[in-house]
Design a binder for this molecule. Structure first.
Ligand code: IPD
Ligand code: CA
Ligand code: CA
Length: 278
């Protein structure tokens, strides 16, 4: 059985994914329709939070935990559950790309991941302005609005890299610029769109091939990496896997071969060490 967004029907003991998709679509409508939001900063002038982020996190927390009784909720704007708090844990970014959202740039995402026993289980990434939904449940493929998606087969020299320069912790920017400098002559081009969840989802449908950020939080990448993996892509960290229990580097690619070449370039700068970990 397939639902409207293409995910095969839910199995016993798992949430009803048709309802989860409805909740994510509804949260997107609320974000899109919120024209009276206020903007504040948290920690630094670059790091914004709007009243729409806070309202949407409240909405998603209440709807998602009601849809899956006993589940825990980790959200960017304050609900700090850990992966061991429950068998099922939601990891949510109510608006990924808040700077874009606050300026009316229609590139942002509602990002909802579901973990089971601390492992990725499902991911939903919605562009609220285009009402486009990327979704995946582990082992069942990746979809965009109900249609199966797959990563591209472009080689390294034809690849498009999405990246960022750690704007909330600019002491880490220099290494990121160096990675771009190394990669630029080896690939097609570079993008900095401003929403990791959406950029990784765009990779899942074949619109880009490489992703690098030195420091992302689980709510930025958890849903989109699940979708990317189901679409045939792959990812890693630096000196180990991507971590879902705290900040982590994220390197992602459309193929193992391109991921190895990306890792090689990143390790020319970082030599296998994460700069903010001892
Ligand atoms: C940010 C966006 C941005 C990425 C940052 C994230 P936010 O999330 O995904 O593209 O470069 O690392 O923190 O703050 O807009 O939710
Ligand atoms: Ca984010
Ligand atoms: Ca956010």
């Amino acid at each position: 059985m397939m639902n409207s967004d293409g995910i095969p029907g839910s199995m016993p003991n798992e949430p009803d994914f048709v309802s989860i998709e409805r909740i994510v679509r509804e949260s997107g409508r609320r974000v899109r329709g919120n024209h009276a939001f206020t903007v504040s900063t948290k920690g630094s002038v670059e790091n914004l939070v709007t009243s729409a982020d806070l309202e949407n996190e409240r909405f998603l927390r209440s709807e998602l935990t009601a849809a899956l009784p006993g589940s825990a909720f980790m959200g960017e704007e304050g609900d700090e559950a850990s992966l061991s708090d429950s068998e099922w844990v939601w990891i949510v970014d109510p608006i990924d790309g808040t700077t874009n959202f606050s300026r009316g740039i229609p590139m942002c995402a509602v990002s909802v991941a579901l973990f089971r026993n601390a492992e990725p289980y499902a991911g939903f990434v919605l562009n609220p302005f285009m009402d486009v939904m990327y979704s995946a449940v582990r082992g069942r493929g990746a979809f965009k609005d109900g249609n199966p998606i797959h990563v591209s087969d472009r080689d390294f020299k034809s690849s498009l890299l999405s990246t960022a320069y750690c704007c909330y912790e600019k002491s880490l920017a220099e290494g990121c610029f160096r990675v771009s400098e190394i990669l630029y002559p080896r690939i097609n081009d570079i993008r900095r769109i401003g929403t990791a969840a959406l950029e990784l989802s765009l990779m899942a449908e074949g619109a880009g091939e490489l992703y690098f950020e030195i420091r992302l939080s689980p709510w930025d990448h958890a849903a989109a990496l699940t979708i990317l993996a189901e679409a045939g892509g792959c990812y890693t960290g630096i000196g180990g896997d991507v971590r879902f229990d705290g900040p982590s580097p994220v390197l992602a690619a459309n193929s193992e071969e391109n991921l190895a070449l990306l890792s090689e370039a990143v390790n020319e700068v970082y030599r296998g060490r994460v700069p903010y970990r001892s």
